[in-house]
Design a binder for this molecule. Sequence first.
Ligand code: C2E
Ligand code: CA
Ligand code: CA
Length: 751
Amino acid sequence: MDRLRPDTVPFAVMAIPELEQLFGEPALPAASTGTARLLVVEDDPLLAQSLIELLAHPHRSFEHARTVGEAIATLKAQTFDLILLDYRLPDATGLTVMEWLCDAERSETVIIVSGEVSPDAAIGGLRRGAHDYLQKPYHPDQMRRAVDNAMRKTELERANERMRHQLEESGRLHRHLIEHSPDLIYTLTPEGRFAYVNLRVESLLGFRRDDLIGQHYDKLLWPEEHRQSRDAFRERRTGARAAANVEVRLRRHPVTDGGHEHGTPYITVMLNAMGMYSHNKDGNVLQPRFLGTYGVARDISDRKHAEELVAYQAYHDQLTQLPNRALFQDRLELAMAQAQRRGATLGVMFIDLDRFKLVNDSFGHTEGDKLLRAIAARLKNCLRRGDTLARQGGDEFTALLPDLSSPEDAATIASKILQELREPFPVAHTEFRATVSIGIALYPRDGNSAEALTQHADIAMYKVKSRGRNSACFFSAEMNVEHMERVTLERELARAVEQGELELEYQPKYSLSRRRMVGVEALVRWRHPQRGLIPPSEFIDIAEESGLIGPISEWVLNEACAQMARWRDMGYEQLQLAVNLSPRDFDRDNIVDDVCNTTQRHSLPPSSLDIEITESSLLRDTEGVARKVRQLRKQGYGVSIDDFGTGFSSLAYLQKLPVTSLKIDRSFVRELDGGNNRHPIVSAIAGVAHGFGLHVIAEGVETEQQVYALRAMGCDEMQGFYFGKPLPAAAITARLEQHQATQQGPSVFHA
Ligand code: C2E
Ligand code: CA
Ligand code: CA
């Protein structure tokens, strides 16, 4: 029974009082050690005295009674180990005492001592349970032997009694432990019927124990249980080969209203079982005889449930409960194998939400999560049974279309998705029109591995994004070429800073009222050894996505400040420098320190530097950026909001942000052509800026007409091709010198 380890029969489950009750309850019969107690019943005091002297011993104590009446009274008061009983007594014979002992169910050993010669006394005494009979006069040795014998017998009987009692107690303990074990414990007959099952079966499975006894064990097994598990339950083997830790599902008695611990139709137990044998001697060999099965089953449903949950979580997205990337990959591989066998086409869709970041940033993650769930549900509606929709992470989903009769099928599903999303989603008291960009790759045309297909669908999706979103397109080989170029560009950009391939140009900013160049904006270019000069629009995005923007910004800041220091040395101390920082730069904790250190290194006063941040970067993490903007302002730097008016939000955040100027975006300035002298947005921005005490700069000014219109709307500072294109530092220096010499700027100053 080594399987019944302490951990399968936990003692701890028993309440302490119960244990005390089991171990400490009944008083054991008179003590075995210590003093033996003898009662001498004898009417002759001299005889009694000589008897006591004869038997005297340090471990014996004596009482004396002279009559039957006295003897019974003494016996009522206490128990003895031995009684030396005279037969003939004044009030009755010793047999009366014997009868009394019998009635009282006493266990004292009795030796009858009598002068009677008739055998009646001896026979009557022995019949009533006397241990021995001695004829008076007796030889002292005879008496001593008789008493010693009787004492030994008493001692043996007492020891036996104690043993029996202890056995009974430990039997009771074991029964109790087994009955109340948290494990299910059972024995089966050789035919597989329940011979015993503990009470646990009632709370665990809802069957009545009495109804199970005699029943075949099949009654408890879950019908779909595997053959091996079924066999384990009625294990015949013993030792190491017997069933150990086998998972078995047991049926639960159907209940109408929750009486069980679990609400499932079955529970899973961990089973340990073995055969029970007796060994009979057949001639000279021991013949084992199968007696049945003994088993212990532990409920592991909770653990099973937890394991299943973990497995589920490993393959599903927590937020949407959709399959995750890993499960998608799995199913895709399976579907590809099947498609290959059948010569069929399958499709992989990469679905990316457009502008999802805006929702997260403006309304918080709770709203963002809600939206993702709602979108997932709607996407799922567009797919057919057998298709798999998965969440790749963030705002990206993938769909597996394992059964396409033609590529058009995938196009149809894509347009259904775009159609379905037209209906806006409720987001935080307002509505959000979600659009998606969908890229589609087909097997076997566009790749023959799960990774390649998913990646190609992703590349096609990127193509949709760059073409203006909210659409779908199929992957094509040219896209791969573009993609590879992008990857190459990224690799080359990583080395551009170290290899000195970056350059700066400076575009002048003019003030109409002061009639001169008041500042320059530093604009970066990449002089690529093979491709020539690459404009920032073609590599800033890549730099931001790949994290290369950090060192680039650092280089630009340092290079521009160095140039500024040179101009200041030349006497142009009024000149302002504007440097563009990327939203990603504001994710860095040390950006403010970087700016401070750089200007200090070149001995520039903070007031000569303007940091330009795009409006969209303020939307990403308004609080985090605002804190850094406040720090920059506190140090004395200027902060401008670039591309102002193109962003998503209102002017409300200006209250939180102590910026110094707004740069009206080129797109508004462009609209000031063709007799359009006023632009409602530009006037509004100029008005608000003045209200907040901010500078307004118009950028992208190309015509004289725009200059007049802007001036009429209260805009004084301007930047654009009309005043000058971005130029190398030397050209700016030349222009500064020329202005100083001629006191002349662009003709508009003189109008
Ligand atoms: P931006 O900050 O809005 O810079 C102004 C852009 O408008 C420059 O393009 C400039 O050449 C162009 N521009 C100026 N005047 C006119 C005009 O009258 N008409 C037209 N059509 N365009 C005009 P560029 O140099 O290609 O820079 C493009 C964008 O790249 C910049 O826009 C800026 O967002 C980014 N960028 C440039 N340099 C840096 C840099 O050092 N760091 C970061 N993070 N971004 C930079
Ligand atoms: Ca700028
Ligand atoms: Ca701009």
